[in-house]
Design a protein around this ligand. Structure first.
Ligand SMILES: [Zn+2]
Length: 334
């Protein structure tokens, strides 16, 4: 197997050790950065590896990378493989097939960070928002930020080793769960604002469902290729569950013709359309499936999925603030 660098036996040795270690201690507790294979980091740096600059970072083709990095055969070139921690970080600054994946969600994190600051310092005080409004919006946006950071981490470190890749995928999927929670919480809170029994019931059910998925993450096969569709089905199920409170909310508000329903149902529909569009890119691997190798660095399905997720979260946050404003302006009926 070709390595991205010329003569770095230490990297090979370290990787062999990590493969050995992963078979030997498969059920061992996890070291978050798979840091145990970096114990000899200093020794490795003496080979000059840590001082390499970007021009020496050789990118590999799909058939040259180890099995665990082969997720999408239509992305043909631009792979990093078996990089130590600091090279993973350095590769942020160079154009690989993960650059857009990393930066779309890293920038997404800052977008939501700015929104937290803007909402708490400017928007909510100007709307006379209560303490609970501050808390709910902050929790929602914090879930989005966590989702963005987990995804960024996965795309930075997935090339480090098989174990790091698997564990960071677990973080990535946990981030997705939190992203979905971040969509539900403010929406359910404000939609059922005047019907606190239903609000609490839906809050609890969403928390329980999300917790079940998080517990499922601990299953040893959860992140295997074999369980891909099971995994997807669980996340689609958690998202689709939102249709139940939505239909119930329409009924409780007097049906489709009522003013509030007419105001907010188009937003819910738009959100589901954005989510479905994002997921369709994710699952079909379009457009690179039609033109393999043409979207390796820019425009691939995963990048489009990332961008659409940021747009969907922003859209939903804006819709959440509109329903909050509606709630401030309209008292609950006695
Ligand atoms: Zn991703």
């Amino acid at each position: 197997m070709a390595l991205p660098f010329g003569s770095y036996d230490s990297v090979k040795n370290r990787q062999n050790r990590s493969l050995l270690a992963s078979t030997q201690f498969e059920d061992d507790s996890y070291h978050i950065m798979d840091i145990e294979i970096d114990k000899k980091g200093l020794e490795t740096c003496q080979t000059g590896l840590c001082n390499l600059d970007g021009q020496e970072l050789v990118l590999l083709k799909y058939h040259e990378v180890p099995e665990f990095l082969r997720g999408n055969p239509y992305v043909v070139h631009g792979y990093r493989s078996l990089l130590p921690f600091n090279m993973c970080m350095k590769s942020l600054l160079f154009w690989t097939n993960e650059t857009m994946n990393i930066w779309t969600h890293f920038m997404g994190f800052f977008v939501f960070l700015l929104l937290v600051l803007y909402d708490n310092i400017i928007a909510l005080p100007s709307m006379n928002g209560s303490l609970s409004d501050h808390i709910i919006l902050t929790i929602g946006l914090s879930c989005f930020m966590f989702c963005m950071l987990c995804s960024t981490g996965f795309h930075i470190f997935c090339c480090h080793s098989e174990r790091a890749s698997r564990r960071w995928l677990a973080f990535d999927m946990t981030g997705v769960t939190f992203g979905i929670i971040g969509c539900y919480l403010p929406a359910v809170h404000y939609a059922f604002y005047c019907l606190s029994i239903w609000r609490d019931l839906y809050m609890i059910s969403i928390t329980v469902l999300s917790a079940c998925i998080l517990i499922f993450n601990l299953h040893p096969h959860f992140f295997s290729h074999k369980w891909f569709y099971t995994r997807m089905a669980l996340y689609v199920g958690l998202t689709a569950y939102g249709i139940i409170p939505t239909v119930h909310w329409i009924y409780l508000n007097g049906g489709i013709s009522s003013h509030i329903v007419q105001m907010f149902i188009p937003k819910v529909t738009m959100m589901y359309m954005l989510g479905s569009l994002a997921f369709s890119f994710y699952i079909t691997k379009f457009p690179e499936r039609i033109f393999p190798g043409k979207f390796d660095f820019i425009g691939s399905s995963h990048q489009l999925w990332h961008i659409l997720i940021v747009i969907a979260f922003c859209y939903w946050h804006k819709a959440g603030k509109e329903i909050l404003m509606y709630r401030i302006a309209h008292e609950c009926p006695a």
